[in-house]
Design a protein around this ligand. Structure first.
Ligand code: NIG
Ligand code: FE
Length: 418
């Protein structure tokens, strides 16, 4: 198998383990100076001191020179809606002028607007747009991405979104974990027949999604979306089909999504802006990962999720962009970093754990990615910065210089021409 060495790693920064870290353990990451990483067949074999491998291996063995810079695990984005067609800039403009996100939805915009454009989009057009977004995510150091359906709400379009993801997973170096989100919104056609729509999603579409590569089942459980009862039905049916439950919970109102997440043993509960102490406590008892999406709160001008409280109370917290055309049109890891450390009072180390190991755990991949340790995939990034603290300190700037996936460089910053 092909060997490779990453030399001159100034700072090797990584959490450790194959499971989500909770509470104070989120802050404990390993920071080692002057290291080398030995890769074999795209997998991390060993970590050693500078010179440990490069001195003894023959010259033909490829070297990746980190030039004394920090190296971190590839970031994992465990909650996105990156497969969509059609933009909603006019809604954003209306929000800038004072309209509320919910008002826009009530007037036929919001998710319904994306549903219309996704139904119209050709498969190849949708795929091309999604691939462009993946490329943009990779520049920020993201090497694994979760993506959701949910802009189709009919059989054909839900499966079209899913197929975009399964094909891009095969054809690009990025690992994509597809989630079935048929229960994202009640489509117009079913406006007065909610129960029928839930039956349609659970009986007609979910089985096909499970068959065609979906790994998780998600539901938007909130005021104006699905009730706790409806969400329970969707997630339990998904479980029977082998789809691991995830949930958009307590974003707009504390309707009981966090508690339901615990009840159905969800792998994660996401958003949680309004989650109650009791809901969070139940999540902790059932080891449900809290996936927080601060760019959405920023974009909607809502209060941030209570990350500090969650970590101090022993939960596992992860972070994601929530990239989507409506409530959060951003795939920016630098922005996510700033909001996490400045406005959610997470430490830089906790933020790194949240975006690597805990994010990998939120998509059930923590045995393969999320840390730089022997046996894990060779997914990492080199930062153009003197140390990892610059991820928070140097605000809003992409510090990623090189992104490596399974030992192969998939993106590299090219310098200016002067
Ligand atoms: O995760 N919260 C629910 N749904 C999506 C956004 C939907 C949209 O506006 O298109 C979210 O934020
Ligand atoms: Fe979402």
């Amino acid at each position: 198998m092909v060997k490779k060495v990453v030399t001159n790693v100034g700072q090797l920064v990584t959490p450790r383990g194959e499971q989500a870290r909770s509470g104070e353990k989120m802050n404990r990451i390993s920071i080692l100076d002057d290291r080398e990483i030995l890769l074999e067949g795209g997998v991390i074999r060993e970590i050693g001191k500078q010179g440990a491998f490069s001195r003894s291996l023959p010259e033909e063995v490829e070297r990746i020179d980190a030039k004394g810079k920090p190296v971190l695990p590839g970031f994992v984005d465990p909650h996105t809606h990156f497969v969509f067609s059609g933009y909603r800039a006019e809604e954003f403009q209306a929000r800038l002028e004072g309209k509320r996100y919910e008002e826009i939805a009530e007037e036929g915009g919001g998710i319904a607007s994306s549903v219309r454009s996704n139904r119209e989009a050709s498969f190849s057009g949708l795929k091309e747009e999604a691939e462009g977004r993946l490329r943009s995510m990779v520049r920020f150091g993201v090497t694994s991405v979760e993506g959701k359906t949910g802009y189709g709400l009919d059989r054909e379009t839900e499966l079209k979104q899913l197929k975009v993801m399964t094909e891009l997973d095969q054809e690009t170096p990025v690992d994509i974990s597809p989630t079935f989100l048929g229960a994202h919104s009640i489509p117009e056609k079913y406006a007065n027949r909610r129960e029928e729509y839930v039956d349609f999603v659970t009986e007609e579409v979910a089985p096909l999604a499970a068959e065609r590569g979906a790994e998780f089942c998600d539901v938007f459980c909130d005021r104006g979306a699905f009730t706790v009862g409806e969400s329970r039905k969707v997630l339990n049916r998904g479980k029977k089909l082998g789809l691991k439950p995830k949930i958009h919970a307590d974003e707009i109102e504390a309707t009981g999504g966090a508690k339901l997440a615990a009840e159905v043993d969800a792998i994660s509960a996401d958003h949680l802006l309004k989650a109650s102490d009791e809901g969070l406590n139940r999540m902790k008892e059932s080891s449900v990962i809290a996936v927080l999406l601060p760019i959405t709160a920023f974009s909607l001008k809502e209060s941030y999720a209570r990350a500090r409280y969650m970590i101090d109370h022993g939960l596992s917290v992860s972070l994601a962009t929530d990239l989507n055309p409506g409530s959060c049109f951003s795939e920016s890891i630098p922005l996510l970093f700033s909001l996490s450390t400045l406005y959610m009072e997470m430490t830089v180390e906790e933020t790194i754990t949240a975006l690597t190991l805990n994010a990998a755990a939120a998509i059930d991949r923590a045995d393969q990615v999320g840390t730089i340790e022997s046996g894990k995939q060779g997914d990492f990034l080199i930062l153009d910065a003197p140390n990892y603290q610059h991820l928070s300190y140097h605000m809003g700037v992409n510090l990623v210089e090189r992104v490596v996936k399974r030992g192969e460089t998939i993106w590299k910053k090219t310098g200016p021409n002067f």
